[in-house]
Structure formats: C-alpha cells, structure tokens
Design a protein around this ligand. Structure first.
Ligand code: MG
Length: 221
C-alpha cells in the first residue's frame, strides 16, 4: 500500500512557526488517538543506510506473537522499505513524501488510521532517511529512536546534536564495522550521552541480531 503526500498536505519547513505549531497540535491529537486505541507507537529516525529498516525487520521477527505490528515507512519516492518489512507478515504502509525530508503528524495520522482498522497494537514508524528534518516534527509517537551507524564516521553525533536531544533512545548500529572504519564505539556512546544525558544508548549489529534484546528492553516492548 502506498500513500503519497498531496500538495496541500506538505508542511514546508521554510514557512516555519505556524507549521511547526500545527504539526505539534496534530502530534498531540495522534498521541491521544493511539492511547485510546491501546497502541504503542515508535518513531525511528536516522540517515539513509543507517539500518532503520533492518532493525525494524529484526523487531518484527523478535516480537512476532507478542504484538500485532504495523509499520509505516516514510520515503521520498520508493516503496523498498515497506516491501522489505511486509515479507515478515507485518502490515506495512508506505508514505511517499515527494520532496519532503521528514514525515509529519497529519501524514502519520492518515496511515495510522488504516493500521488501526487492522487492529494492530504496535506501530513502528520509519521516518524519511536523514538526521536533520525529522527532529523538529514530532508525530505523536511514545518513543523516538535515532539510529546512527559506525560507518557514518566519528563526528556524526557531534554534528547532529538536535536529533539526539529529540529522542529517548539512540541506536549505534553496525558495531562490527568499527574496526574497518577506525571508529571507536565507546566514543560514539559518550557523544550520544553528552548530547542528551537522559538518552538510552544501545549498540547493535542488526545484520547478526546482536543488541536486539537490549533494544527491545530500551523501548520497553
Ligand atoms: Mg530504510
């Protein structure tokens, strides 16, 4: 299933304030809707290639039987991620945002309504891949997760502090690549804690499944 943003649904960040406030109001409404329906919602943010989709696939497998899961995958143009997740028997909805670099609360509301009709009780949202725009647009999720990978280099977290302040959980993925990349994982953990002292940091290798139980714990799932 693919949902495409209509022109009037695209909130343009250049028009600032009012749109941010409108988004925040809708995010609060989303949260009330989720709580009333008894659905937990988690928003995964991070760059293209950080491993968001693979982490969601791992969670889909690990939590099968415990939750009825739905996935909302945001991307500018493709449906690759929703198709990958759907292979695990999870109801997935693609939102194509066109030129928009983040999901927003109205778009998520539209997709979540479809998932609620399927009686899901856990929704994982994969935000559009980048570390800047999604930070300013809460969606109404109970937790926001920022995913970075070791392959993005040692300054990634220092340069993108805002998104770490907006999140409750940080995932440092592709742990196995720290040797080849010459990037110190402990240094990245420290940077995440420096950016946001309250953030829970989990180190993973999504490809092998390492760290997935710890991630489930950090997400309180
Ligand atoms: Mg992806």
């Amino acid at each position: 299933m693919i949902i495409t943003a209509d022109e009037d649904e695209v909130l343009d960040i250049e028009l600032e304030e009012d749109f941010l406030k409108a988004n925040e109001r809708m995010a609060k409404l989303n949260r009330r809707t989720f709580d009333r329906a008894g659905v937990k919602v988690i928003d995964f943010m991070g760059s293209i290639g950080a491993g968001k989709t693979m982490l969601i696939e791992r969670l889909a497998v690990a939590l099968r039987g415990k939750y009825r899961m739905g996935v909302i995958a945001g991307d500018t143009t493709t449906a690759i991620d929703a198709e990958r997740v759907a292979k695990h028997g999870v109801t997935s909805i693609q939102i194509n945002t066109g030129r928009l670099c983040h999901l927003d609360a109205p778009l998520v509301r539209k997709a979540a309504k479809k998932l609620l009709r399927e009686r899901v009780n856990l929704i994982l949202i994969e935000n559009v891949g980048n570390l800047i725009c999604p930070a300013e647009f809460p969606l109404g999720a109970h937790k926001r997760v920022v995913v970075v990978s070791v392959t993005e280099g040692e300054y990634m977290i220092k340069k993108k502090n805002d998104i770490f302040r907006a999140a409750e959980v940080a995932v440092i993925n592709k742990k196995d690549m720290s040797g080849p990349m010459g990037v110190d994982v402990d240094g990245l953990v420290k940077d995440a804690n420096d950016a946001n002292p309250k953030i829970k940091v989990v180190v993973t290798n999504a490809r092998s499944g390492e760290g997935i139980p710890e991630l489930i714990g950090a997400l309180e799932l």
